[in-house]
Design a binder for this molecule. Sequence first.
Ligand SMILES: *[C@@H]1O[C@H](CO)[C@@H](O)[C@H](O)[C@H]1NC(C)=O
Ligand SMILES: *[C@@H]1O[C@H](CO)[C@@H](O)[C@H](O)[C@H]1NC(C)=O
Ligand SMILES: *[C@@H]1O[C@H](CO)[C@@H](O)[C@H](O)[C@H]1NC(C)=O
Ligand SMILES: *[C@@H]1O[C@H](CO)[C@@H](O)[C@H](O)[C@H]1NC(C)=O
Length: 390
Amino acid sequence: MIFSVNYRAVRVFLKVLAPFVLLNCVILFLLRNIHGNEALTDQQQQKSESHITLNNIISTTTATYIQVDIQSRAPIGEYLWNHIIEGKKELYLTHQHQDIYKRNKTVNGITFTFQSGKSEISSYSTNLVLIIDGSSQLKQKKEEMWLNERLNSHTPKTLFVVILGDHNCTNNQWIIPYLSSHGGSIDAVFIVRDPFIKDDNEFFQWPLGVATHRDFPLFFSEDIDILSPRSFVCNFFGSTATGADRLFKELNLENLCYLKTSNTSFTTGYDYIQAVSDSDLTLCPASELGSSPETYCIYEAFSLGSVPVVEEDVTVNCDGDPLFLLKQHNAPFILVESLEDELGDVIANESRMNLQEKIARRATVVNWYANFRHRMASQFIQVIRSRIIQ
Ligand SMILES: *[C@@H]1O[C@H](CO)[C@@H](O)[C@H](O)[C@H]1NC(C)=O
Ligand SMILES: *[C@@H]1O[C@H](CO)[C@@H](O)[C@H](O)[C@H]1NC(C)=O
Ligand SMILES: *[C@@H]1O[C@H](CO)[C@@H](O)[C@H](O)[C@H]1NC(C)=O
Ligand SMILES: *[C@@H]1O[C@H](CO)[C@@H](O)[C@H](O)[C@H]1NC(C)=O
């Protein structure tokens, strides 16, 4: 939103100034001829330099109008579109029992068109972003076959891929032969969960984000109540297998925290959003042993002004730190080695904070998250723009 407003402002600014610039160019041209070969005075020199700059702005603005298609085949695409780019979602048509969403948005001179669903994109574009799910070997194989077919029928001029990588970073290397540096056609990859192959040139680490497949909505920081006292010190939603019931009983947290365990897969209901919004802390352990500590829960808690308590899972096979991106951006979370050993201390620390301190911390959390989303958007757009223009 901010970007498009700025862009519009620049356009209006240029529209108003363009005739003025032209007129001045004519005057300068005449002046130069009147003076013949005489050097311009300092003042005139400065004037002519400032014209050159303005003219450059005009020509770059028109030259960098870019069209980029985003085709999303994975739920992380909704996070990118709806939460990072802040584009709206609109049902376009229902085709063979599959909903297709199509929408466009112009950000910083790039018009993005977003399409989700597994149906083929209707028109072939020169600049394309593909969003795919590589989180299991089976899914990755299917997506790779589809990618090959896609590239055989039409190779875009520039191609970017956003991948949901696998939890333990064992199965992400398949993309490497498709990179332009290896003779393939992919210009840059944004990958969730794999800090190992991140190089900030062709590979960028990408956030997992909130669970858009469970319809977790986008909350803007100004919509979050950070001032009222919250009913719960902490909350936990998760599997019975985590042993959370026993731990909560041992630590006498039953009256302080909201606990919901289940042996079936969990859905984002109203009670979840309500409990997280009404808790100072949200417990976010890795969903199971050996899976990545980067969970949806972290981003969901941030967006509601609740501090995530994150367990750093040392059993993960990733050669780097799966939380690297969040740490690099100074995420305001509480990191523990193990909830089992440290939850008692975390709760004791909470009891030493007063409401004013908690309000200040909530403000930090919601603002940090909004800034983080905006920084991810500008990095994404900047990488795309630089590869298209070069
Ligand atoms: C963007 O969407 C609007 C309305 O949905 C449509 O009228 C317009 O042509 C689209 N623009 C581009 C560049 O696709
Ligand atoms: C990584 O996870 C996959 C399943 O997602 C599993 O089959 C594999 O054994 C795991 N590898 C390691 C080294 O943990
Ligand atoms: C899961 O929960 C249901 C009811 O909530 C119960 O009937 C079932 O036995 C449970 N299964 C396991 C493996 O605990
Ligand atoms: C509790 O607070 C102390 C003092 O601020 C800090 O050193 C410690 O790491 C905290 N413990 C936990 C588990 O957050």
